[in-house]
Write a protein that binds this ligand. Sequence first.
Ligand SMILES: Nc1ncnc2c1ncn2[C@@H]1O[C@H](COP(=O)(O)OP(=O)(O)OP(=O)(O)O)[C@@H](O)[C@H]1O
Length: 915
Amino acid sequence: MDLDPLDQPWVTVTVLYYAFPTLVFFYFAISQVVTVCTLQTQSLRVQHQRVRRDVILALVLVAAGAYIAETIAVAIKFNRVSEWHPGQDRVFYLMASALVFGVEALALIETKYPVWYPYYGTWLIAIVVELALLILPNVFRYPESLYDFVFVTIRALRASAFIALSSLYFGLRNDKKQYDNSDAERQSLLSKTPKVSSSEDTVSGSNGYGTTTAIDTQTSDAADESDAGSEDSWLEEQRKVKELISKRLNQDGNWFTYAKGFSIFFPYVWPTRSKALQFRAVLVAACLLISNALNVLVPRQMGVMVDNLSGYIKGDGTRNIWLPGLIYAVLLFINGGAGIDWVRKWLWLPLEQYSYAAISTASQAHMMSLSSDFHDSKTTSDLMQAITGGRSVTDLLETICFQVVPMFIDLAIAFAYLWSLFGPFMGLILAATFVSYLYITTKLVAMRAENRRQYVAGFRKEWTIGHQSLEGWNTASLFNMIPYERHKYERAVKDHMEAKRIYELSSQSMSAAQGLVMTCGLLGALYLAVFQVAKEGKSIGQLTTFLVYWGALQGPLTFFSGVYRNISYSLMDAERLLELFQTKPTITDLPHAKPLKLIKGNVKFDRVSFAYDERNPTLKNVNFVVPSGKTVALVGETGGGKSTILKLIGRFYDVKSGSISIDGQDIRDVTLDSLREKIGVVPQDPVLFNDTIMSNVRYARLTANDEEVYDACRAAAIHDKILSFPDGYDSKVGDRGVKLSGGEKQRIAIARAILKQPEIILLDEATSAVDTETEYLIQEGFKALCKDRTTFVVAHRLSTVMRAHRILVVLNGEIVEEGSHDELIRARGKYHNLWSKQTFVKSEDEQCRSRSPQMRSANLIDDVDRDRGTTTMTKALNIEENYDPTQSGVGKKPVEGQEVDSGQSHKREVSGGPE
Ligand SMILES: Nc1ncnc2c1ncn2[C@@H]1O[C@H](COP(=O)(O)OP(=O)(O)OP(=O)(O)O)[C@@H](O)[C@H]1O
């Protein structure tokens, strides 16, 4: 046959035929990956760049088209397929190059602001190779036939296209300098468009400076995993995590450094101290490689079996028809869930458990070590999510090591093996199929993102409305809004179902499109294999191998659709956990901190200022001293800063300026443990554990025996009440103590404090939720508890604190008055105002209550009367004269000449001084 001069089997030409498309492909793919990972993007002016991009795209299409044109010309020249063989190298080169430059054109279409070096690199390679291929064959033989001229013309056109591309690019690059002084291609996209989500940007991984898009897509993806919290808080949480990732990416400058940030997790993921576990990890890697090998060996063995059988049928008695079947079955078994997968999971399980245990306990311990500012700013569900999210770090690793890497190895082996079996065209068909499949999948996944977002939003809305309506059943019933809630929920379910329908349909369409691509690929590959079996002496066994192998390849490819979502979801969780690990406690022991030596319990506030938020000071220059063993009361309007003072004593926050000292030791210089050991707190809103009453009280001192617990409860006036419960001390208190009344909860908290027997006692509205009778009983308990102990009492009910040695009136973060009850009453300042309001409001109430003699005796003020030296109310206050109705705000104006506390206690007496 008369060979075309361009098909002369010169080694140089043949090598170029294969090396060129391969080189261009790898150069382009690798440089694009580097571009994405190093977050490079173009910073040219959009208008300017768009013109260039369009022209360049047109020229790339011309070049790709020229390859196809030459392929067609070759096909026409050698019109009988069976005679293609001599030109096979050349046809491969043409088709592979058309594919590579087709991919380049697609990447260009999908990238708004491309980074150019992956592109112009390919053009420069193409100029050299194309010129060589144009000149080399024609040096030895001038073109003669019409075909020769056509071929040369097409090649010349192609070479010109590449030259034009390069000159255009470099020409405009000089132009660029006039427009853009920055001259920097290396710039993070995220800084420019931190919240932009463009489906276009996700496509083709090549252009996906798509860190933002990545996160956007998975925002919705992650949603169906999470069903806690309201939609808004969830969206807010997602946004914050996205911002965190963007911020860190911007700081780090590329994905490699970003990934390095996660090295903090290394000791939790990799068993640094256990050689046995490390050995297991190595064996797991070996199992993965064996799996990859088995993925080829199984179809190959099927081919051997078929070949032996057909040989045997044709009369070749030497063929063993039984053994290959046995080997096939064994290989199949080993490659199945009961074989290598089982071994791998068995090996991996201890590693998985190691990392789960390490990361969960570390994150819980870390969270418990953090300070109030952290805990005050997070909800419990956020924190739990962060702990459970620790699993995502191992998930991320598992997804990459056990799924992504094996998938690419499988695809690479398939490509190489089938190429070796059926020649370069099979490789070409496979490459075209894989590229189309991955392209279509990424494109459709991006297009589905909005559908998915709607679906997730619908799901969350339904969940939130359902949850809220059940939670608010009481309110709904009270306002007769049950039908309204029902309709609202029905509507939400309907919207959710509609969104789900659209999403499911789009999923089905995606599967259909993927199926179509795979079928086209299969058809092309199958025809090629059939052709080779029919014409080129390939065996039926090889065809069988191909068919079985093709089926096995569907798995990794299908997995690709979900991998992106899995990775991004895990990444978000890992980022959350990383943020947590990087948060340091703000209240820590100083290096020189010593244990607190509590001698007497003398507490001093020296020019203390504090703010939760710098813009809004909470305490301003607070000064006071509480001598050891004395009781100081903090009173004043709500939000004044009373509880904050108690928090500062327990070092739940540190002062911003000034100092707090106990027995002359600055509390910042003593260890936190020793400080809190000495302090007992009854908080405003005590939180109980969902456990028995006995366990809750004993929590204060785990070594206390039952009798001590009973005594503490007696002192807190709750013992008899507990005994009246069906399960007594074994009664469960419910979540946060929900099964107890507010007053019961407070008394349990008081019992705890009594059991702890602390040296310094902080009572923050400890009895606000109990009735006056019970309060009286508790006061008796406090008497014993507080005796000779420094005590801080915050209370709104002034009768609770009137016996305190000292009363501080706190207003807007300042101490505006200070003194004993009598002194303050006489001073007729703020305290006097508060007192007069309270006693006035109380008067009517007491009129009713005091009808009962028992209640009378329970009245704390009467109690004070009995116990103490007293000051007559009318004398001390002369309230009728001083009462200011405009300040009262409630109740009626007292009639002149009538005592404020009308009713039984005409002569109201108050404590004349400290106990
Ligand atoms: N964790 C916090 N973060 C930010 N601001 C806070 C925090 N806790 C309290 N505040 C603010 O500090 C101010 C003082 O609060 P604090 O609880 O000390 O007041 P209070 O006098 O004890 O009030 P109440 O009598 O109502 O208990 C308030 O304005 C409150 O909103």
